[in-house]
Structure formats: C-alpha cells, structure tokens
Design a protein around this ligand. Structure first.
Ligand code: NAD
Length: 365
C-alpha cells in the first residue's frame, strides 16, 4: 500500500504526520512511503532521514492513504486522485467543518477524523487528543514560567530567600495533569481542580493539592469526560474558584466539555482580584476560553495580570509532538490495514466513529 506524507501548509504548523522511525516500520511491513520534500524539516527530520529508512521523495498526495496533521485546504483536496478511492487520515475537525466534509465526499475520499476516536482502552495507542494534550499541558507551564516575573522554585540564596510560585491548574484531564507535573518539577506549589472527583487521587499523586468544594459538584460523563454544569452549580463553582484564583501567581486553565464551548472559570472580576504580575495561561482559548478576557492567539494585560491565549501549542514542540502523533497514526493504520490494504469494517467502533466520508457519502457528523 502506498502511504503519502505531505508537508503541512497551515501557518505556524511545524509538525509532520509520520516521522522517519514510523516510516521505517511501515516500509519494513511492506508498504511504500512517499514523503513530500521538506515535510519533516521543521520538526527536525531532513529529507535524508526519510530516504535512509526506505521512503521516496515526491508527490505525497497520490497515494492509497495520505497522512496529515491538519485538515487539507480545498486546493489540497484537489491534489487527491480525481478518480477517488484515496484515504485521508488527520485531525480533520470534521464536526466543525461541514464544507470540508462535503468536498471530501465529492472527491470520493475515505476520510478519517482522528479527533473523533472513541476514548476506549483499545484506542489508547491511537489517541491523538491525549498525545497532543500532553504536549500542550507541558508547554503551557513553560510559557507561564517565561512570562511570570518570578521564579517557580523556592530559592535560598545569599541575596535572600525567595518563596516558590503558587500555580493553580483548572481542569485535570490529560493536559491539566501534565501541567501539574511540569509545574511541580519546576518547584512550584501546585493545586488542581476539576469537576470530576475521580481525578483527586491523580492530582495528589503528582504532589499537588486537590481543591475540593465543600458541596463538591461532580459532572462525570461517558468515557471519562465531563458534562456541562447546571447554571446554579456553575455559579457556585465560580464563587469557590474566585478565592483560589486570587491567591495564585499562575493559573493554567484546561477545562473542556466535548462538543461545547469551554466553561468560564476565571471571570473579569476574578482577574481583577489577582495580584499584579500574575499570569493566566488559557489552554481553552480555541474553544472560547476558560477566562472571560482571553483572546485566542493573543497575549494581553488586564489590571497588571498577563493573560495568554495560545493556540496550537503542540506545533511549538514539533519533534516530540510529531513522534507521538506518528505513533498514533501508525497504530490507527495497523488497525485498518489487513493483508497490505485498507479493509473497512463498519461494525468496528473505532472505524465507525472516525470515518466521516466513504464511497461518495458523508457518514458523520
Ligand atoms: P477534556 O480536554 O475534554 O477536558 C479537560 C478537563 O476539563 C477534564 O478533566 C474535565 O473534567 C475538565 N472540566 C470540564 N468542565 C469543567 C469545569 N466546569 N470545571 C473544572 N474542570 C472542568 O478531557 P481530556 O483531558 O481529553 O480527557 C478527560 C479524561 O478522559 C481523562 O482524564 C481520562 O480519564 C479520560 N480519557 C480516557 C482515555 C481512554 O480510556 N482511552 C483516553 C483519554 C482520556
């Protein structure tokens, strides 16, 4: 089977869908891999590192399966074989881009939107959301440390003793737990909060304090995800968090609810209650923000508090983000490929959840 790896064209995207290590394994398994020239350069992988493991360089859009990170542009879709029959794998964001899905169906592409993978144990090795959230959680803390006007660790020096930074992480899913672990490694005093009471132990096992509301709201949904809080619960949550936010030097927010706008956890008045020099890093910037003042892709200052709304953080750690993504993609391909070619079984939960177009039809969303 011929596998194509095009160069990503979205601005600031430095990741590549398959790294040489993954390509080498596909070649050993008998597949042909064609990589667009320069596809891996920004992630640290020269063309030579691909040819050294048996890939060829050329038109990566003419392949049985094209592996991407970002969704293709309409121009890129036209590069897929006109006769149809090609497969496309990537973070297609199909549920928020109906036009893209229609174009893919019209081109008779079999398209897989990897962010739709079910969060089941069997799909864990393919879980792109987890691997990329790990990168985002780590990088969010580094951004906070770089922005904050203070050290994270406690320092005892001849020039005086400096207290450690107090870091509060809101939302303790994959990104939040990684943010907690990273802030702890930098020596900060860390607290974590989530509406899923089940994460208390995970937060504490990382050496952080779990903030528990006296009348703890719990919003545990299917697959380990949170559900939206009622208006009253949300109001109580905001009141509870305002006190902890006020005492923090750094707040990293990561709260999300699948398919919904991110919940507001830090209000304008919450920010105004923070000390000047404090920092908020809002990882939910792309889905509306957890802080009322966040502007996606922008750093702003309000009452002396710096608020960062970074977008696409995984692209800023392109080598390891690509390495993890490539492992996810190859596990996904291994799941679909039998006897050297794609064999789709729509009774399989993973195939059914991710395949958005097939045979000229829109299957989802
Ligand atoms: P996510 O990105 O959807 O959400 C991040 C966090 O925000 C979650 O922990 C959620 O509880 C929290 N949150 C939502 N609303 C909130 C609010 N109002 N206040 C505070 N926090 C709020 O989630 P995620 O990190 O992708 O995954 C969440 C969980 O799913 C994981 O911790 C894990 O338990 C489970 N999971 C399972 C698998 C698997 O079995 N394959 C894979 C990945 C994740």
């Amino acid at each position: 089977m011929k596998v194509g790896v095009p160069k990503e064209t979205v601005p600031q995207e430095r990741r590549v869908a398959l790294v040489p290590e993954a390509v080498g394994r596909l070649v050993k398994a008998g597949h042909e891999v064609v990589v667009e020239r320069g596809a891996g350069v920004e992630a640290g992988f020269s063309d030579d590192t691909y040819t050294a493991v048996g890939a060829s360089l050329g038109d990566a859009w003419v392949a049985a399966v094209v592996c991407k990170v970002q969704k293709p542009s309409p121009v890129e879709i036209e590069k897929l074989p006109q006769a149809g029959g090609a497969a496309l794998v990537g973070l297609l964001q199909a549920s928020t881009d109906a036009d893209l899905v229609r174009l893919l169906a019209r081109r008779r592409v079999t398209a897989f939107s990897l962010e739709l993978l079910p969060r089941i144990t069997r799909a864990q090795p393919m879980d792109v959301l987890s691997s990329q959230a790990t990168v985002a959680g780590y990088k969010a803390v580094l951004l906070a440390a770089q922005t904050a006007p203070r050290f994270f660790p406690m320092l005892v020096t001849a020039a005086g003793t400096l207290p450690p930074a107090r870091v509060l992480v809101l939302g303790a899913g994959v990104a939040g737990l990684q943010a907690i672990a990273t802030a702890r490694r930098l020596g900060a005093i860390v607290s974590g909060f989530d509406v899923r009471a089940a994460v208390k132990e995970q937060v504490e096992s990382l050496g952080a304090k779990f903030l528990a509301m006296t009348d703890q709201v719990t919003a545990e949904g299917a697959g380990g995800y949170a559900t939206e809080l009622s208006e009253d619960q949300h109001k109580r949550e905001l009141e509870f968090l305002a006190r902890s936010v006020k005492d923090a030097d750094v707040v990293v927010t990561t709260a999300a609810i699948p398919g919904k706008r991110a919940p507001i956890l830090v209000t304008r008045s919450g920010v105004e209650g923070m000390r000047p020099g404090s920092v908020v890093v809002d990882l939910a910037a792309e889905t509306g923000g957890n802080c009322e003042l966040t502007q996606p892709g922008t750093t702003l200052e309000h009452h002396g508090v710096t608020i960062l709304g970074p977008v696409n953080l995984p692209a800023t750690v392109p080598l390891h983000a690509s390495q993890m993504y490539a492992r996810n993609v190859t596990s996904f391909l291994n799941h679909l490929v039998k006897d050297g070619k794609l064999q789709l079984d729509f009774t399989d939960e993973i195939t059914r959840a991710t395949c958005v177009t097939h045979d000229g039809k829109v299957l989802r969303p």
